[in-house]
Design a protein around this ligand. Structure first.
Ligand SMILES: Cc1ncc(COP(=O)(O)O)c(C=O)c1O
Length: 397
């Protein structure tokens, strides 16, 4: 592997041959404690050194460290910190960066867990949050103020597939003295390059495409070396949501095929999106790979892969959800995304507005106009595209 190897080659050959056994593949080191010399490592996280021996599993461990280095490499970041889940990565970063009186701008439609954390715990701790439409640069410009420390974006957004222009947001945030964090879970490193476009932090829920097989939870933040050292000390060691070595091993296995899987997910999602767009029961299809996506030009400019997640609005709402759950044979009715299996899940609009999305007035009305009774979120898996389409066709008939 050379410095200039393609991402596809780096995904396969970037995992080092294990130095202990010369194993092709990273051993799972399940130990939680490591033998050290007296005085070699400080007992408190305050004394943590960047290059120190392994000490205690919550601070870092060999299998997880290989995964961190692989993820930093794939996103062209200097370093990375892994967490037990995507939410642990997001909450760790937000709690590390923001304190009482700070202001943050957060996407007004983003993964529900992040939206609810910001509206709940962060506000209770005295952090001022403005929820904004990050696809509207004028709205972002208007929301920035002297105390703004962070702009937190997700692109494409779960579940509306709205996009944010990372380069433009980085420019706006930096001019105002704020940092930009981008949750790039749905795009993966093969679809979007947030750090190259100017973001300071990139996050992924590794539970999704990175793992890809639906058998491990994980999350990561990638960024500059000093920033990652501070995040590890403050958020990983003290909040404690460390990734297990066995999860790291499953995610390392997933990364090898991630570029190939993303191509297959995109191929399947495009076929399904085009089928749904022609279906008489379907009112709207939201997918960044379609020419009809409201930000198709931005998708062409910033996404190298449109991913496998789409949402559609169809007549029938709840009743249709029950019917799909009963009649689909290949696609499973289940939450989550980015797995080998195709999954569909109905998100009722009024539930989203009550629990997750802080939209009011005109914004709520616009959301209702787009989402109707609710969004069917469909994560297109790795099955043959024509068979996924046939399954939907028989179930929608
Ligand atoms: C975009 C996005 N970010 C973060 C998360 C949270 O990740 P996890 O479920 O691994 O905690 C999710 C989960 O669905 C997600 O879709």
């Amino acid at each position: 592997m050379t410095e200039r190897s393609s991402l596809r080659t780096r995904a396969v050959a970037g995992e080092p041959v294990d130095p202990t056994y010369r194993a092709i593949g990273t051993p799972v080191v399940q130990a939680t404690s490591f033998v050290v010399e007296p005085g070699e490592v400080g007992f408190s996280a305050a004394d943590m050194q960047e290059e120190q021996p392994y000490f205690y599993g919550r601070w870092g461990s060999p299998t997880v460290r290989v995964l961190e280095q692989r993820l930093a490499d794939l996103d062209d970041g200097e370093d990375a910190v892994c967490f037990a889940s995507g939410m642990a990565a997001a909450s760790g970063l937000l709690l590390h960066l923001l304190r009482a009186g700070d202001h943050a701008i957060v996407s007004d439609v983003c993964y529900a867990g992040v939206a609810e954390l910001c509206a709940g715990a962060l506000r209770r701790l005295g952090v001022e949050i403005t929820f904004a439409d990050l696809s509207d640069l004028e709205e972002v410009r208007g929301a920035l103020r002297p105390g703004t420390r962070l702009v937190y974006a997700e692109t494409p957004v779960n579940p509306t597939l709205r996009l944010a222009d990372v380069e433009a947001l980085a420019d706006l945030a930096h001019r105002a003295g704020a940092a930009l964090a981008v949750d790039s879970t749905i795009a993966t490193p093969f679809g979007l390059r947030p750090l190259a476009l100017g973001a300071d932090y990139v996050l992924h829920s590794l539970t999704k495409y990175a793992c890809g097989h639906g058998d491990a939870l994980g999350g990561v933040v990638v960024g500059r070396r000093a920033a990652m050292a501070a995040l590890r000390q403050d958020a990983l060691v003290h909040l404690g949501a460390a990734m297990s070595p066995s999860s790291a091993s499953l995610i390392l296995r997933g990364l090898v095929t991630l570029p190939l899987r993303m191509r297959a997910h995109e191929e399947g999602a495009r076929a399904v999106a085009e089928f749904l767009e022609r279906h008489p029961r379907v009112r709207r299809v939201l997918y960044p790979g379609l020419a009809s996506h409201p930000q198709a030009e931005l998708a062409r400019r910033q996404l190298q892969n449109a991913s496998g997640l789409l949402a559609f609005v169809a007549d029938g709402g709840d009743a249709l959800a029950r019917r799909l759950a009963e009649r689909l044979r290949l696609i499973l009715y289940a939450v989550s995304l980015g797995k080998h299996r195709s999954l569909v899940y109905f998100l009722p609009t009024e539930d989203l507005l009550r629990t997750s999305f802080p939209l009011q007035g005109d914004k709520a009305a616009r959301f209702r106009a787009v989402a109707g009774e609710g969004l069917f979120r469909l994560s297109v898996g790795l099955e043959a595209p024509e068979e996924i389409v046939a399954d939907l066709e028989q179930a929608l008939r």
